[in-house]
Design a protein around this ligand. Structure first.
Ligand code: ATP
Ligand code: MG
Length: 183
């Protein structure tokens, strides 16, 4: 599963539609302080189903919507779209007939988040499971936040086990068992 394109619209500082093609190999994002490098990584985490506003450096999830500046008014929605190469057919049943997956998350002020997978409405859980089964997702240890290394060193055993489960790609199974036990 390879990410091939990230599109942002009204997400944090990316007020105008922005289209980033992710080429093969290593990609570096460089720029002065405050230009939006961390916002890009947060957009990636957000479209994969991140639900903790603190992980987005905000007080509430609506804080991801462009809040306006002295010259531009605030937006009413934010949208992030992630295009994935699905040549290895890792997508869930029903979405595996296509070589490309397109995951879209949109948040509207006062209306919360909505997700689409290849144009079909899906739940946050469906998107989270899709990425968990591919050993990635909003909590993937591959996405390293500032301060996260010291958090890892100081983590309690249970929290450290979660990181290993994510890496092993069994976080989705764990979630399904939890849901089965609740039924
Ligand atoms: P550094 O090099 O310091 O780590 P960076 O390139 O990672 O900087 P970011 O933290 O991604 O920069 O971007 C911060 C900028 O995004 C700030 O200017 C902040 O005002 C802006 N920003 C964050 N949220 C919003 C929002 N909801 N609306 C408008 N601008 C926002
Ligand atoms: Mg940064």
């Amino acid at each position: 599963m390879r990410f091939t394109r990230l599109r942002l619209n009204g997400f944090k500082s990316f007020v105008d539609p922005t289209d980033l093609v992710i080429a093969d190999g290593l990609t570096g994002v460089v720029g002065p302080n405050g230009c939006g490098k961390s916002n890009l990584l947060e957009a990636l985490r957000w479209v994969m189903g991140e639900n903790r506003p603190t992980a987005m450096r905000g007080g509430g999830m609506e804080d991801v919507i462009f809040a306006g500046t002295s010259t531009r008014s605030a937006r009413n929605f934010a949208e992030v779209s992630l295009q994935i190469d699905n040549a290895d057919r890792l997508a869930p049943a029903g979405f595996n007939d296509s070589d490309m997956l397109d995951v879209i998350r949109r948040i509207t002020r006062d209306a919360g988040s909505a997700y689409k997978l290849n144009g079909k409405d899906v739940r946050a859980r469906d998107v989270q499971m899709l990425f968990a089964d591919a050993s990635t997702g909003a909590t993937s240890p591959a996405l390293v936040r500032q301060g996260q290394i010291s958090e890892l060193i100081n983590a309690k055993p249970r929290a450290r086990r979660r990181i290993l489960e994510d890496a092993a790609g069994i976080a989705g199974l764990y979630q399904r068992r939890h849901e089965a036990e609740l039924r």
